[in-house]
Design a protein around this ligand. Structure first.
Ligand code: PGA
Length: 248
């Protein structure tokens, strides 16, 4: 059975002061011991938030460079994150794919660098609406996974977290139905089972993302192949996200 994860993706929101207040408030709350709680935060806040987050709250990065080091102004490497004590990094978010040209080959390099520096990649995949409307969403998700992850050994793959985030559900208020989420999650697990065997596939946490809220988290997380959520907007509101962490 895969572990349960409630991950917040703060994107480009909050000042440092707001972020610290949020974590200080969240430190006082409680959720089931078997649920991993994670916040992916802006780069400049990583160390400050890691220093105040209580054990059991993981502070993650939202991206890293596809280069090891060197003349890449404005970039942050996997090695830098690791040296700052960071353990997890989101890779392949659809906003990165769309606005910053994170191609499947760039993402393959990012995944390799993250793993080389012992960071856990939270690897996002998911289709835009037009692809779903054409009935090609399974093929697209398969190729996203194949092109960026299938070169990995089973041991390396076993360290990854997958997030299925249909682009049409991100920030739109439109959530995939629990049935749509389950259908794709089961497919993703099957794709990994074919390539890596059933036991690795069963251990793989597959999170759903796209307008997860307190009001729909339980129906999504109760699906057999949904192991938690990657939550944008609702992770900026303490009470909403707390309820999500208690929805397993
Ligand atoms: P949302 O974002 O919950 O605001 O739809 C999810 C994400 O982009 O990870």
């Amino acid at each position: 059975m895969a572990r349960k994860i409630a991950a917040g993706n703060w994107k480009m929101n909050f000042t440092l002061q707001q972020a610290e207040t949020f974590i200080n408030d969240f430190n006082k709350e409680s959720w089931p011991a078997d649920v991993e709680v994670m916040f992916a935060v802006p780069f400049p806040y990583l160390m400050a938030l890691k220093a105040i987050a209580r054990p059991g709250i993981t502070i993650a990065a939202q991206n890293c460079s596809d280069h090891e080091e060197g003349a890449y102004t404005g970039e942050v490497s996997a090695a830098m994150l690791a040296s700052a004590g960071i353990s997890h990094v989101i890779l392949g978010h659809s906003e990165r794919r769309m606005y910053y040209q994170d191609s499947t080959t760039v993402l393959k390099d990012k995944v390799d660098l993250a793993l080389a520096h012992e960071l856990v990649p939270v690897f996002c995949c998911g289709e835009p609406l037009e692809v779903r409307n054409e009935g090609k969403h399974f093929d697209l998700v398969r190729s996203q996974l194949q092109e960026s992850l299938f070169h990995l050994t089973g041991e390396a793959l076993g360290k990854i977290v997958i997030a299925y985030e249909p682009v049409w559900a991100i920030g739109t208020g439109v959530t995939a139905s629990p049935e749509q989420a389950q259908e794709m999650h089961a497919y993703i697990r099957e794709v990994f089972a074919e390539a890596y065997g059933v036991s690795i596939a069963q251990q793989l946490p597959i999170l759903y993302g796209g307008s997860v809220k307190a009001s729909n988290a339980q129906s999504l997380f109760s699906q057999a192949d949904v192991n938690g959520g990657l939550v944008g907007g609702a992770s900026l509101i303490t009470s909403e996200f707390l309820q999500i962490t208690n929805s397993f």
